[in-house]
Write a protein that binds this ligand. Sequence first.
Ligand SMILES: C[S@@+](CC[C@H](N)C(=O)[O-])C[C@H]1O[C@@H](n2cnc3c(N)ncnc32)[C@H](O)[C@@H]1O
Length: 228
Amino acid sequence: MSNVYDQDGLRSIHNHEFMSDPAFLAAYGRGIQAVGGGYGWHWRVYTGLWAAATAAKLPGDFIEFGVNRGFLSSAIMQFLDWNATGRTFYLLDTFTGVDLRYVSAEDLAKGVVEQNEKMIKSGFYTLDVEPVRRNFAEWPNVRIIVGPVPETLPQIDSRMVAFVHIDMNCAPPRSLRPNMSGTSWYPEQSCFSMTTPMTAIVLKSLRLTNSPARRTSGCCRYPLDRGW
Ligand SMILES: C[S@@+](CC[C@H](N)C(=O)[O-])C[C@H]1O[C@@H](n2cnc3c(N)ncnc32)[C@H](O)[C@@H]1O
């Protein structure tokens, strides 16, 4: 193992022993299998696995907003021996890239549209859910939900959530906390913690309320209500 970690915009001489840990490498390898190649994401995935293992001490299901081909979520499911957990992993994505209706002015200025086109053109974003379904077929307790967040939130029928990974490469759908409290899908307690710009873990299990009444009154308001 090299004395220096230097990948993915991160250079460190500090401890990166996880790079030779067999359980980590098996999980990382499952991520590679999901996407058909390596992204050089070891540190990110290590952080994600730490968050997932911490969340697994709480009761509740797991959610990923922005699953794409499933690198991180596959690594997590391998790492936690998902079928033995009895939990459901909800995996949400448009499978058409960023939904430009949910991009902020700030994101537009930062070039989210151009980045999205690049990601689609390069094949980094998958436009086909079927290979993704095949990737996750070994784990029956997976629900793949196709469509844009937040419109798809009512399809999450979990009553309790322990882990959320928010990774959609655009800011507004990431702001789920205020959005959840004002629409059809909301936590009774607010206890997200942002660990990286991409990752929110739930510090206490969230009890979710998603009654049909709230579903109709809440979510359809969403595109008009940009106060999130
Ligand atoms: C960086 S990729 C996710 C990578 C993935 N987490 C992994 O571990 O491989 C971002 C994904 O977010 C999705 N996305 C963007 N906006 C979305 C939205 N409003 N609703 C659902 N998915 C969205 C894109 O289609 C893309 O697949």
